[in-house]
Design a protein around this ligand. Structure first.
Ligand SMILES: Nc1ncnc2c1ncn2[C@@H]1O[C@H](COP(=O)(O)OP(=O)(O)OP(=O)(O)O)[C@@H](O)[C@H]1O
Ligand SMILES: Nc1ncnc2c1ncn2[C@@H]1O[C@H](COP(=O)(O)O)[C@@H](O)[C@H]1O
Length: 184
């Protein structure tokens, strides 16, 4: 059973690689950013609550994303494994996930730290051009990554769950490294 968490700065290539790896492994790619963007598009209650945070590059309140992830991980297609992309993003969310997985009797999840330098990710994000890919919002997302999300590297490393992959390579090279590291 493969359960993977993708960690890394915005623009490291988490979404790109998680999608491909999930297809390769026949497990769902669960991206909290994608679920939230869909909720905004569908104008659901969740979407309306999340939008102002996302537009500014701020994190959406824990309770909203935690409920969303819990509901998603309980779906039938997530019973044979999953790749989580964009969650957890802070230590409180990691603790929530740890407890949820104990309650669901799931475990053995590995965390892939996909890393790339700031200059590289900024360049990629400006080229991607999502609504929150403006210079100002990218700067804020990187700040939040450094302050809130990067501490998860030590959190999972201390728990012997962390694997690191260099995201500053071609997509093919990253994919190949990912396949090797999860097979090892
Ligand atoms: N190895 C790579 N080399 C060059 N460009 C890449 C690479 N991987 C992804 N990209 C491009 O960089 C941009 C960001 O990639 P992606 O959306 O996968 O990043 P992300 O880590 O999921 O970002 P975010 O956390 O902001 O959603 C996309 O336009 C993607 O096509
Ligand atoms: N785990 C999360 N906690 C809080 N906010 C989140 C989380 N995942 C996504 N978000 C919000 O969505 C945007 C875009 O996320 P991407 O992973 O870059 O697609 C992010 O800036 C948060 O506002």
């Amino acid at each position: 059973m493969t359960r993977l968490i993708f960690l890394g700065p915005p623009g490291a290539g988490k979404g790109t690689q998680a999608k491909n790896l999930a297809e390769f492994l026949y497990i769902p790619h669960i991206s909290t950013g994608d679920i939230l963007r869909q909720a905004i598009q569908d104008q659901t209650n969740l979407g309306m609550q999340a939008q102002s945070f996302m537009d500014k590059g701020e994190l959406v309140p824990d309770k909203l994303v935690e409920d969303m992830v819990e509901e998603r991980l309980k779906q039938p297609d997530a019973q044979t494994g999953w790749i989580l992309d964009g969650f957890p993003r802070k230590v409180t969310q990691a603790k929530f996930l740890g407890e949820l997985l104990i309650n669901l009797r799931e475990g053995g999840e590995k965390v892939i730290n996909l890393d790339a330098p700031d200059a590289v990710v900024i360049n990629r994000l400006l080229g991607r051009g999502r609504k929150d890919d403006t210079e100002e919002v990218i700067r804020r997302r990187l700040e939040i990554y450094r302050d809130e999300t990067a501490p998860l590297i030590n959190y999972y490393s201390d728990r012997q769950q962390l694997l690191t992959v260099n995201g500053n390579q071609s997509q093919e090279e990253v994919f190949s490294d990912l396949k090797n590291i999860i097979a090892a």
